[in-house]
Ligand binder design. Sequence first.
Ligand SMILES: [Zn+2]
Length: 57
Amino acid sequence: MADEKLRFVCEACNYKFERVKTWKERICPYCGKKAVHEERSVADLLDDPELGTCVPL
Ligand SMILES: [Zn+2]
């Protein structure tokens, strides 16, 4: 199976990029800060009770 790509976004600079699913470093390739998380759609966030609380309404 090929490496599955996920979309990530940096909270520090809002830079969006793709990495393979197994990527563990979570360091932004643009600003170098370790403030990267998986980019998820609003629908995904609302479906997830834990992450949903992080969404400013
Ligand atoms: Zn960044």
